[in-house]
Design a protein around this ligand. Structure first.
Ligand code: ADE
Length: 214
């Protein structure tokens, strides 16, 4: 599975992918992630990636040419070109799990910035527009990382066995029950008696009751 991330802040993306579970998955070869600076595909002195909108108005718009060139260079036959935008389809666990099953997935992710992309990018270059929630962020780096993290942790073998089993319960729309660890009491806050009882049937019932639906 390969991701090509196109951003004007490659350092932000590098930092995250070289940490924790995603970093382990990279080292073990479950995923390949290439981070590209969009400015690489500009050819003016100032490496311009944005410009003012036709018709006037505030803010700057991501230009079509650098993105077109980047996609031309990176795209293969089965590539999904994805774009981060608050106008996109809100990401759900089901999609993450579907993507995680596509072993030969190749996805190019365009991280948005400024006031958005030139509409011709949406109309002609992109297959999949996604949002991570009904709010507006200042850029697409966090949404791109959310997508990659959410997919990577579901790739069989990336998490240990126990955690993978836990994930099974997520697939039928349930979130984990509340968990506690030592000490039994802290600051007067006690662990529920039932979890200390050793009665596995009762514990299981308690946990089922406390699971939240996504
Ligand atoms: N860019 C800005 N806000 C966003 C969001 N909520 N989801 C995806 N991309 C975005």
């Amino acid at each position: 599975m390969t991701f090509d991330i196109i951003t004007i802040f490659p350092n932000v993306v590098e930092e995250y992918i070289n940490t924790g579970i995603v970093s382990n998955a990279l080292k073990k070869g479950f995923v390949e992630i290439n981070v590209h600076d969009l400015r690489k595909w500009t050819d003016d002195k100032h490496k311009t990636v944005d410009d003012t909108p036709y018709g006037g108005g505030p803010g700057m718009i991501m230009k079509v040419e650098p993105i077109y060139k980047a996609i031309q260079e990176l795209k293969k036959e089965n590539t999904i070109v994805a774009i981060t935008t608050p106008k996109g389809k809100i990401l759900e666990q089901k999609e993450l799990s579907d993507f995680s099953e596509q072993k030969d997935l190749h996805m190019i992710i365009l991280c948005g910035r400024y006031e958005g992309f030139d509409q011709r990018i949406h109309d002609h270059l992109v297959d999949y527009e996604f949002s991570i929630g009904k709010y507006v962020l200042s850029g697409g780096e966090l949404p791109a990382l959310v997508l990659i993290d959410g997919i990577t942790r579901l790739i069989p073998g990336v998490l240990g066995n126990i955690e993978s089993l836990n994930d099974e319960s997520f697939t039928d729309g349930k979130l984990e029950y509340p968990q506690y660890t030592k000490p039994e009491e802290f600051n007067g806050w006690k662990v529920p008696e039932i979890l200390l009882s050793g009665d596995h049937k009762k514990i299981e019932k308690y946990r089922q009751k406390r699971q939240k639906m996504i």
